[in-house]
Design a protein around this ligand. Structure first.
Ligand code: NAD
Length: 499
């Protein structure tokens, strides 16, 4: 264990409300113990109803009376560029916070920080390019102008698996649009988002524009979604909580954006580059210990090559280094909690008792510390079994087989989720056909989990509503307003001239 990187004592974080870092009125705090080391690393001031109320009021005031929505795109862009530079300056520290709190490998966390910086830069560019539309085709005395107003106060709620990356998929775009925000990270991984609050202050963002609360879903998130002063909710998390969040937002008819779960197929045809496909399948299944909405947790493999391919995967599994996330060589770190580890184990046991076969892994590692699971492969899985349908969120790959392309499409789409999928084939027609027919927000062809700030990301069906990233990501935080102008004397009078 690289104990020199572990904090000597728990760091205390305050919440950010109306430009000030404060503790909870009742002095309560949440504590986070590193899931890999069992060491208390963070203590956050715990928000409750009173703090949530103040944060929403501050965001409302900053939107209704403050300067932020009135700034030019160029001015908001400058702020975002400053924040990007500050994140880059402190990237190693932010990566360490995410590693300590989530258990993810440090080298991977640094990669996520680099990705986050890129997103802030992209949002800064888009801030200057937000525009509407115009119509001079409505007649000589008419002009139609469509403008985009910032939608208002936005609640941003994020999960624990990519703490800094996911807040960066939301916040810079909401800010670029001119919105003000209340942000709630997961109660298990709040440190990097609270630290971001310091960077936003350092960049000089006006008070109240961003408010950050550490707290639980029921205490804080529920109020952030139901409060009528909030205009939009952007949520990333589980499908179950996403659905509850939509229900809470419904009475006040808020706009909602939902990035939810996935059970993503990786589909391999016999003519694929099988060496590359095997590497990508391992990456897709075990990256971030499988705690990834995009995890390629369902392998759909052509029956003709299935056994040989699975044997090759089994051979490679011992090369997936599981261990201390602070070690540069680690590929798979700790799972988020003891409960989560137990849940995944019980899924694997259930699959075996239902007739599937555990080919490798699935056992706990390092009994003396942390929540570690050996990467597992389960085959002889059917499309009906729970392990092939439910999002496990752990390092477990289920193997299903197919004979025909049509069968692969049916199997892939026979799922309540639709976040992402990948196809491996050298045949152009197979790739096009699969790409066209898979019901998923992203389809990778001969690659897996590539991402770019320019490309929209989101899901079909129970994987969500709306898209993040991409050129429309700022516009998502706006309302369209039509300005319909008429010049000259009134034409087409409603009442007769003498009335
Ligand atoms: P979760 O749904 O338990 O929690 C997500 C957030 O919602 C947390 O901040 C939590 O405190 C908050 N929350 C809980 N109850 C709430 C309530 N009643 N009202 C408002 N907020 C509430 O999810 P998690 O366990 O933190 O994260 C894992 C899930 O996130 C997985 O299902 C994963 O697929 C999903 N995820 C999706 C994407 C995507 O982009 N599609 C990305 C990452 C994670």
């Amino acid at each position: 264990m690289l104990s020199n990187l572990l904090p000597k004592s728990a760091e205390h974080y305050q919440m950010l409300i109306d430009g000030a870092f404060v503790d909870a009125a009742d002095g309560r705090a949440l504590e986070r113990v590193s899931p890999a080391h069992g060491v208390l690393i963070s203590r956050y001031a715990r928000a409750g109803a009173a703090e949530t109320e103040r944060a929403i009021a501050a965001a409302r005031q900053a939107f209704d009376k403050g300067s932020w929505p009135q700034l030019t795109g160029a001015e908001r862009s400058k702020y975002l560029l400053k924040v990007a530079a500050l994140i880059e300056r402190d990237a190693d520290h932010l990566a360490l916070l995410d590693t300590l709190e989530s258990g993810k490998p440090i080298a991977q966390a640094r990669g996520e920080l680099a990705g986050a910086v890129d997103i802030w830069l992209y949002a800064a560019a888009l801030a200057r390019d937000l525009s509407g539309d115009s119509y001079n085709t409505l007649g000589p005395d008419k002009l139609g102008v469509v403008v985009r107003d910032p939608i208002g106060v936005v609640s941003l709620i994020t999960p624990w698996n990519f703490p800094f990356l996911i807040v960066s998929q939301k916040l810079p775009f909401a800010l670029a649009a001119g919105c003000t925000c209340v942000v709630k990270p997961s109660e298990m991984t709040s440190a990097s988002t609270l630290y971001l609050g310091k960077l936003l202050q350092e960049a000089g963002l006006p008070k109240g524009v961003i408010n950050i609360l550490a707290g639980t879903g029921p205490d804080v998130g529920a109020l952030m979604t139901s409060d009528p002063r909030v205009d939009m909710v952007s949520f990333t998390g589980s499908t179950r909580v996403g659905s509850a969040t939509m229900a809470a937002a419904a009475p006040s008819l808020k706009k909602v954006s939902m990035e939810l779960g996935g059970k993503n197929p990786q589909i391999i045809f016999p003519d694929a580059d099988l060496d590359a496909a095997a590497d990508a399948v391992m990456f897709g299944a075990y990256f971030n210990a499988g705690e990834c909405c995009n995890a390629g947790s369902r392998l759909l493999i052509h029956r003709r090559i299935a056994e040989e391919f699975v044997q090759e995967l089994v051979r490679r599994v011992p090369h997936v280094t599981v261990g201390d996330p602070l070690d540069e060589a680690t590929k798979v770190g700790a799972l988020i909690s003891a409960d989560h580890l137990a849940k995944i184990e019980s899924h694997v046991a259930g699959a075996v008792s239902d007739g599937s076969r555990l080919r490798v892994g699935g056992q706990r590692l390092f009994a003396d510390r942390g929540h570690f699971l050996a990467p597992a492969i389960v085959d002889q899985v059917t499309g009906k079994s729970a392990i092939s349908r439910e999002e496990l969120f752990g390092p477990v790959l289920s193997v299903l087989t197919f004979d025909e392309t049509e069968e692969a499409i049916t199997l892939a789409n026979d799922c309540e989720y639709g976040l992402s999928a990948s196809i491996w084939s050298q045949d152009f027609s197979t790739c096009i056909k699969m790409g066209r027919h898979l019901r998923a927000g992203t389809v990778w062809v001969n690659t897996f989990m590539d991402g770019a700030s320019e490309l929209p990301f989101g899901g079909y069906r129970k994987s969500g509503i709306g898209r993040e990233l991409g050129r429309h990501s700022v516009a998502d935080y706006t309302e369209e307003k039509t300005l319909h102008f008429h010049a000259g004397p009134r034409t087409a009078r409603w009442l007769p001239d003498h009335a």
